[in-house]
Write a protein that binds this ligand. Structure first.
Ligand SMILES: *Cc1c(COP(=O)(O)O)cnc(C)c1O
Length: 458
């Protein structure tokens, strides 16, 4: 009876639930402390085997736009003040975003990458310096280090949280370490207690890559506030969006000024000297436009509500998906008081899905109408990254031996497991759906779980 009713071996209460459902009990029942609800369709055939899709709705498109965005653009167009140097919108946005985050200074820049680049430039990062970064991140985190001819030092992943493993940061520090640059992956904070303590103790600047983490909080304080500076992205996929844009955040007024100069060709806010002459260290132009500044002001009015909606839905998915054998939602560290949920992430265990590979699971889930992805690959082992060891400039700066050792230092076995076999992502816009949407996501995964062996054979 047990094996007959379910495609895959199962145990404990999951068995009981599957049997009850198969027994025609399309009902709501309490099991232990949690409540499971079933509709008849979740016993149906998987979509990939010709059944009906579990997800029948439409996820909210991104970005959400309306009259305020249209008006924001029109206002700037008509003002003829299109750049920050003669307009007021970027400055207004900076002031409001700073207030929202409880930080002293915000500087708008042209991208998240350029926010990090500005911070590293303002720190005068250069050849011979090392910057500690997580291996599980978007490639931009790596790129900004290499743009400065500094050496990126990878820290392996805590696969329970998908975050940089704070316990492995200290051993990555050397006399060359210029900065510790963790990423609040998916909008959830890294272990900021541990990492800020290490940074303070070793007197190394902490730079938060908060490009995915708008309004995320650690013990009630917004991320971006914990080190020397934080970086945010307003690229199109991000939770606050003006197509391309970013911001530097800092409570250090002097550092804020250096960042301003860096992003504005070395020209400070109070211009000293003649037009066209620089001041300070290196500099570039990564200014944000007034169009973007005003769009951000409009989008920012929607942000807090969206953060709440994503949090509610993510918490719901955590409990519902967490009850499916073989699905483990990414954990948050105990200090987390808010995640931005730029992504919803969980780990997939094929052994609990009758041996069904993650790739086939993703295909089956996509067929159910639920968009999903395996997330980041193994950045440290990619051709792009490993080729740094033979880059002529790097060989000139660091020498062959150091670059060979660098390749060996880069190994991240935990991250390999996560990237190769386990990680599954949903995008943030899906978390803006309603409860019914979430139920259908759960239903899709339950269906695949139940029919995993049949899907595997097909
Ligand atoms: C998006 C992102 C960046 C870069 O931001 P852009 O605005 O796309 O340049 C950097 N780091 C992380 C972790 C990101 O997710």
């Amino acid at each position: 009876m047990k094996k007959k009713n379910t495609d895959i071996p199962n145990e404990g209460r999951r068995d009981f639930i599957n049997k009850a459902v198969i027994g025609g009990a399309g009902l709501v029942m309490g099991v232990g402390s949690s409540l499971f609800s079933f509709s008849n369709s979740d016993t149906g055939k998987p979509a990939i085997l010709g059944g009906a899709k579990a997800f029948r709705g439409v996820f909210p498109a991104w970005p959400i736009v309306g009259k305020p965005e249209e008006q924001a653009l029109l206002d700037v167009v008509r003002s003829s003040r299109w750049g920050r140097l003669n307009g007021t919108k970027v400055a207004e946005f900076e002031k409001e975003y700073a207030a929202l985050n409880g930080v002293k200074n915000v500087l708008g820049v042209s991208s998240g990458t350029n926010a990090l680049y500005t911070i590293l430039g303002a720190l005068d990062t250069g050849p011979g310096d090392e910057v500690i970064i997580p291996v599980y991140t978007f490639i931009a985190t790596y790129n900004v280090v290499v743009l400065n001819y500094a050496l990126p030092v990878f820290v392996d992943t805590d696969i329970e949280t998908f975050q940089m493993d704070a316990r492995k940061v200290e051993s990555a520090i050397t006399p060359q370490t210029k900065a510790i640059m963790p990423v609040h992956m998916a909008g959830s904070p890294v272990d900021l207690d541990v990492i800020s303590t290490i940074a303070r103790k070793s007197d190394i600047p902490l730079i938060e890559d908060a490009c995915q983490a708008h309004l995320a909080e650690w013990k009630g304080k917004k991320v971006g506030n914990f080190g020397l500076a934080g970086a945010f992205s307003f690229q199109a996929s991000k939770n606050l969006n003006c197509a391309e844009g970013g911001a530097v955040m800092t409570n250090d007024d002097t550092f804020a000024e250096i960042c301003y100069n860096f992003h504005n060709q070395g020209q400070g806010q109070a211009r000293v000297g003649n037009y066209g002459t620089g001041a300070g260290t290196r500099a570039t132009n990564v200014r944000l436009t007034e169009f973007q500044g005003n769009i951000l002001l409009a989008q920012m009015n929607r942000l807090e509500k969206q953060v709440s909606r994503r949090s509610e839905n993510a918490a719901y998915l955590d409990t519902q998906l967490g009850d499916i054998e073989g699905i483990t939602p990414a954990k948050l560290y105990p200090g987390t008081t808010k995640s931005a949920y730029h992504l919803y992430m969980f780990r997939y265990d094929r052994e609990r899905f009758g041996g069904l590979s993650r790739e086939k699971f993703l295909n089956a889930l996509t067929a159910e109408g639920v968009p999903c992805s395996p997330g980041y690959g193994k950045m440290n082992l990619s051709d792009y990254v490993t080729s740094l060891a033979t880059n002529k400039h790097y060989l000139k700066i660091y020498g062959e031996r150091t670059m060979k050792e660098w390749l060996e230092r880069n190994l991240c076995p935990e991250n390999d497991k996560l990237a190769d076999e386990q990680a599954v992502w949903f995008t943030q816009n899906m978390l803006l759906g309603d409860r019914n949407d979430m139920d259908q996501i759960v239903e899709a995964i339950r269906k695949i779980h139940k029919h995993a062996k049949a899907i595997d054979k097909a």
